[in-house]
Design a protein around this ligand. Structure first.
Ligand SMILES: [Fe+2]
Length: 158
């Protein structure tokens, strides 16, 4: 079995806000943890999907709210990319319920590629935008606590 590279956080991925960067760092940790489980032969991918959906529903919510507050021109494209990810998680969930044998490998490849592309390019682009609009960063910070009051939950049984 080929060893799959772990994700390593880099400052170039930064959205220039700790609020958002901490979410992506945690996402990298969850994906790396999945690769660890896959390589030691754990088959409990349902649990990994549950953690990912739980974490990302919160992370996506914070990104969407931040982009709306900042009147970010790339908001709709970003929403669509998050939606594509969500649909993929639904497919993996169905695979896990069917006992798909290659699921661990498929997830590891998809998650590392998605994170490398989405976080390093699209999320980082929002960071560039905020760097050029410091007044919008301040506006987002003012609303930071409001994000926590509006949970956006997916419910996954089990
Ligand atoms: Fe994003």
């Amino acid at each position: 079995m080929d060893k799959i590279s772990r994700l390593v956080w880099s400052p170039e991925y930064s959205m220039k806000m700790d609020l958002l960067d901490s979410q992506n760092r945690k996402l990298f940790g969850l994906i790396n943890h999945h690769i660890d489980l896959y390589e030691i032969g754990s088959g409990d991918y349902f649990r990994v999907i549950r953690y990912l959906v739980d974490h990302l529903s919160n992370q996506f919510h914070k990104e969407h709210m931040s982009m709306m507050i900042a009147r970010y021109p790339g908001l709709l494209k970003h929403l669509r990319e998050h939606q594509i990810f969500t649909v993929k998680m639904e497919e993996f969930l169905e695979d896990s319920l069917r006992g798909e044998k290659q699921l661990g490998h498929k997830m590891a490849l998809f998650l590392t590629a998605w994170a490398a592309d989405h976080v390093a390019v699209l999320d980082a682009h929002f960071g560039e935008y905020l760097l050029n609009h410091p007044e919008k960063r301040e506006e987002i910070k003012k609303h930071n606590n409001d994000f926590e009051k509006q949970p956006f939950l997916y419910v996954v049984n089990g």
